[in-house]
Design a protein around this ligand. Sequence first.
Ligand SMILES: Nc1nc2c(ncn2[C@@H]2O[C@H](COP(=O)(O)OP(=O)(O)O)[C@@H](O)[C@H]2O)c(=O)[nH]1
Ligand SMILES: [Mg+2]
Length: 198
Amino acid sequence: MGLHEGQQQQQQQQQQQQEVNIRTINVPDIIRIKITSVGDGGVGKSCLIKRYCEERFVSKYIPTIGVDYGVKTVDVEGYEVRVNFWDLSGHGEFFDVRNEFYKDTQGAILVFDVSSRKSFESLENWLNEARRFGCDERCVDFILVGNKTDKTRVVTEHEASSWAKQKGFSYFETSANNGANVSEMFDELFKLVVRRVV
Ligand SMILES: Nc1nc2c(ncn2[C@@H]2O[C@H](COP(=O)(O)OP(=O)(O)O)[C@@H](O)[C@H]2O)c(=O)[nH]1
Ligand SMILES: [Mg+2]
């Protein structure tokens, strides 16, 4: 190899190294995302998050007081993603607390209980509340979740998926009790959010 060729090769290597450096600088090591849970009290929001983060189920009902917090690091399409869950209380008296936590949400699970028609009928109100406090579909990815599929349902899958379709949301049916579809649902939500932020 002549001197000239050697120099060229060296230059090429330097250039490649610079490109690698630039790429490393531009892509943050860890992506942080904020996920919020929305829906009536008792539909299973806290249990879904617990099932996902801790792989366990709590059968005793412990109403969330204001807000609970959870964190989990996951791999989403090759990115290391630190998910911050802000699990909001669905009870009326925590309205003021919820308002504070809607801000900066990037992804939200809108949850109802397939064995409770009332919880399905509340969805529109929840969506309105979330929108009013900064979570609207232009900047937040929503997923509709019909939870408690292990119970006798009163809301059909068709009804719920039509509602979701009309809003432009994906629809998942889950059971925090037996774990069915829980990680699939969260994986889809994280994918939507990560695609939007990277
Ligand atoms: N059978 C059944 N019960 C559930 C399921 N998810 C939650 N629950 C129960 O429903 C109640 C309310 O759950 P929780 O997660 O606290 O509801 P939240 O108020 O929406 O956070 C608790 O007693 C849970 O054990 C589920 O998928 N199936
Ligand atoms: Mg809760």
